[in-house]
Design a protein around this ligand. Sequence first.
Ligand code: GTP
Ligand code: MG
Length: 328
Amino acid sequence: MPANLTPQYLDAELKFKQAKTTPEKIKALEVMMAVIPKHKGTERLRGQLKSRMAKLKEELQRRPAVAKAEQAYNVKREGAAQVVLLGLPNSGKSTLLSRITHASSEVADYPFTTQQPIPGMMKFENLQIQLVDTPPIQSDHIEPGFPNLIRNAEGLLLLVDLTEDPIFQMEVLLEELSEMRIKAAGKGPTLSPDVGWVSLRALLVGNKCEVKNAMEAYRRFESRFRDTFPILPVSARGGMNLDELRKEIYQILNILRVYTKTPGKEPDLTEPVILKKGSTVEDVALSVHKDFVAKLRYAKVWGSGKFDGQMVKRDYLVNEGDVIELHL
Ligand SMILES: Nc1nc2c(ncn2[C@@H]2O[C@H](COP(=O)(O)OP(=O)(O)OP(=O)(O)O)[C@@H](O)[C@H]2O)c(=O)[nH]1
Ligand SMILES: [Mg+2]
């Protein structure tokens, strides 16, 4: 039987086809359902519209849940850099966070204790570095907000439990990172990643090193990964090797600190200017004030210069600990 669809209906159908968002589609579909002639010939079509509507409404309801989950994974960056802690269930991430920052994250001897990212600030010398504890990585499931959380960080701390086959755990972690198109970069220069990928420096940490036989497992773990990654053993619970850990975390960040001074005055060594390695005097000027770049004539450098107070040009590469006096 012919459907005899009216111009009103065809008009609504066109709107439906052109609709870009789910609410727009629902609106057009409502009109279609209202104006469609109700007779035997349109029965099947009416059935289709109804099920389409059900799907759209379901979609509309699902969305906020995903958005909410992603939102829960947004962590505002604070301090000099953000480092994300990753590991399988029970590896000791939360114990470590609670140990080296002032934050507290629930610790328990059962897996999946941590349900959302928890940030904490770690003090390293005159710097504050943000560490983010996370829910455990699983090999079959990635939480919606996880990839973004990691991609936005400056470094990764990959934690394994030395009492539970650490090599296997690290393989799972690296594989899951690949799933998220994240390359854990190790020693040496970081190559620019493929399109759609990000590359992040990673530090490998074997936890629970105080447990009997754990150091033997560490040796195997170390010999497998040490050529590629910086790596060290710690005991989060026992507080072992944590100063070394702070240093290593700073090292993977690829940043350096310089200090600025005004002529005739002492530099303030408590207020470092944080820059990427490979930065120049010009970058120092930019970080102080954007107008300084244009006005900059030369600088004097204490530290990495041939002699203290050496005059350098704007393209001079600064080094960790340099004191820079900008001359405008
Ligand atoms: N022996 C020993 N046990 C530790 C160490 N660090 C953590 N643990 C224990 O390991 C268990 C898991 O610790 P958590 O810090 O909750 O581990 P997690 O990685 O945050 O766990 P999830 O949140 O479930 O992923 C707890 O029983 C801790 O006390 C350590 O250095 N040595
Ligand atoms: Mg935890």
